[in-house]
Design a protein around this ligand. Sequence first.
Ligand code: HEM
Ligand code: HEM
Length: 185
Amino acid sequence: MSACDASSRTEPGQRDRYDNRTIVVHWISTLLVLLAFVLGLTIDSFPKKYAFGALNIHALFGLSILSISVFRIASRKPSGQCSSAPQITRLARFGHMALYLCLLGVPLIGIPALLFRGHGLDLGLFEVGPFFARNRQLARILTQTHLYAAYFFAILVMGHIMAVFYHTVIRKDGTFRKMLPARRA
Ligand code: HEM
Ligand code: HEM
């Protein structure tokens, strides 16, 4: 469903905004992606005794992003507002699809990158895995692919922020407001 479908299922009186659940999920995912990205890039600089814990927290952030994104895509409600030219609308739709792909793809590559290190996952109350024997070469290739996918994701997010900035500050079409909760009267 595109961001501008006539069949948009937005809440009455809020056709210029995403519904509250989409807004909350969008900002929680944004925070988790930022935390996972920064933690991922700094894991190697943790002292050895904390490195496994840091990787575990990174994986848990990533798995939360994956679960939230599956729920987000399954229950997606577009904003309904459609103020741009069709080409811009198509570009925005393509960009959003690419963001969703990264929200799923980056953690999905991270999972085997972790498992082929011979690691399991500590979920606090219990542990799952390890499911595979350690395979250093495969783990290295998967980690490298995970890293490039994460960089690609970061570039997309920067493009996304620039697009929001262009719409909000230059075209002044209220795009940023679409992702903010409505003020109570
Ligand atoms: C959107 C979610 C995620 C983002 C943005 C992300 C990002 C990153 C980044 C930037 C790195 C650094 C790679 C490097 O320096 O080589 C990394 C490392 C890693 N990530 Fe993720 N990641 C995510 C989810 C996950 C998940 C769900 C798992 C596993 C369940 C995972 C497992 C790993 C592993 C095993 C490493 C290698 C750590 C090391 O160098 O020792 N990631 N991640
Ligand atoms: C990890 C970071 C982010 C991800 C993965 C992300 C992802 C997305 C996705 C997938 C949509 C489309 C929603 C839909 O139609 O289903 C969206 C919309 C939006 N995002 Fe983000 N976003 C991120 C960060 C940000 C940031 C930092 C801002 C603020 C500058 C922002 C502002 C918006 C706005 C205003 C919209 C509505 C755009 C429109 O419908 O025209 N996002 N975001």
